[in-house]
Design a protein around this ligand. Structure first.
Ligand code: PEP
Ligand code: MG
Length: 321
């Protein structure tokens, strides 16, 4: 029988020359898993655990967390699932982790910094993840391929801290998000310690252009096409290639079909996005080879600003077809 459109398998993400570029989903709730699979997600590139607890006044219990993570992991047997430990602070305050009185919360005790200051919460989260992983191992479908990463890492020392902590709880693949220029600039040192990097282009753009991502009056600066952001991505891509370590993108930039090509040209090995963006990005990748992607990226990198980078990439993409 012919599969219906809704159940037809979607081809894995790849460039025109066959280079695989796994296309993954950004999720905030386990309930989103079924739709992501239907839309062709090959796994999860960013599970934002803080979304589960935004309305909680007290830290979630290990049992509550284990149940949520088990539901997530069991939807992706054999597939990669990248879980981010709590990214509290700035645009996502969690009352049980953050002091809401900071004057500059985006530059304050957020992400891994906040977890380190409340280390019990980090330990409980890693315990819950280990228990969920163990629970799915006992199912007939088997476990997901669990990767765990930390948000808002700005130093090599923080990377070492997080990777060592994750290993204590049996995490096999431990990585960090690159969302701060310092981490992008030291990507080679960071990737010497982490198993992978995942670039959060939303925050990387905010911190590179020094423009609050929530502030309408500076919204024009929040454009990941900016060549300053692209140069930082190139830095991380080159470090990943030199060390043979994966470099994913999980910010909104990955959902822009042409920018996705640029990011792959700069060395990104996987792209993660809102599931509704997967189809257009898949189609765009399929119309460029790796050489094309590198040429399109070079054109964008050579521009003076975001608008001209977008234009240059568009022209370079059109001229090679
Ligand atoms: C990012 O900053 O790009 C990212 C993926 O994390 P969040 O949007 O949750 O801050
Ligand atoms: Mg972020």
């Amino acid at each position: 029988a012919r599969a219906s459109a809704a159940t037809a398998p979607v081809t894995p993400g790849a460039l025109a020359d066959g280079t695989p570029v796994p296309l993954l989903a950004n999720l905030g709730k386990p309930e989103g898993a079924a739709e992501a699979v239907e839309l062709g997600a090959e796994g999860v590139g960013l599970f934002r655990t803080e979304f589960l607890f935004l309305s909680a006044n007290a830290a979630p219990t290990v049992a509550e967390q284990r149940d949520a993570y088990t539901r997530l992991l069991s939807a992706f047997p054999g597939k990669k699932v990248v879980v981010r430990v709590l990214d509290a602070g700035a645009d996502k305050p969690l009352p049980f982790l953050n002091d809401s009185h900071e004057e500059n919360p985006a530059l304050g005790l957020r992400g891994l910094r906040a977890l380190r200051a409340s280390e019990d919460i980090l330990r409980e989260q890693l315990t819950a993840l280990a228990e969920a992983d163990a629970a799915t191992r006992a199912t007939p479908e088997g476990p997901a391929d669990l990767w765990v990463m930390a948000p808002m890492v700005s130093t090599v020392e923080e990377t070492e801290y997080f990777v060592a902590m994750a290993r204590e709880y049996g995490v096999k693949t431990a990585g960090v998000m690159v969302e701060v220029p310092s981490s992008a600039l030291l990507a080679d040192r960071i990737l010497a310690h982490a198993d992978f990097a995942s670039i959060g282009t939303n925050d990387l753009t905010q911190y590179t252009l020094a423009a609050d991502r929530l502030l309408g009056s500076v919204a024009a600066f929040q454009d990941p096409w900016h060549p300053a952001v692209l140069r930082l991505v190139r830095e991380v891509g080159a470090a990943g290639a030199a060390l043979g370590k994966p470099v994913g993108i999980c910010g909104e930039a990955a959902a822009d079909p042409l920018l996705a090509v640029v990011l792959v040209g700069l060395g990104a090995t996987t792209l993660s996005m809102a599931p509704t963006a997967l189809a257009d990005v898949r189609a765009s990748l399929l119309s460029h080879t790796l050489d094309d992607a590198r040429r399109v990226a070079e054109a964008a990198l050579a521009a003076d600003g975001a608008a001209s980078a977008r234009e240059a990439a568009r022209a370079a993409s059109a001229s090679q077809k």
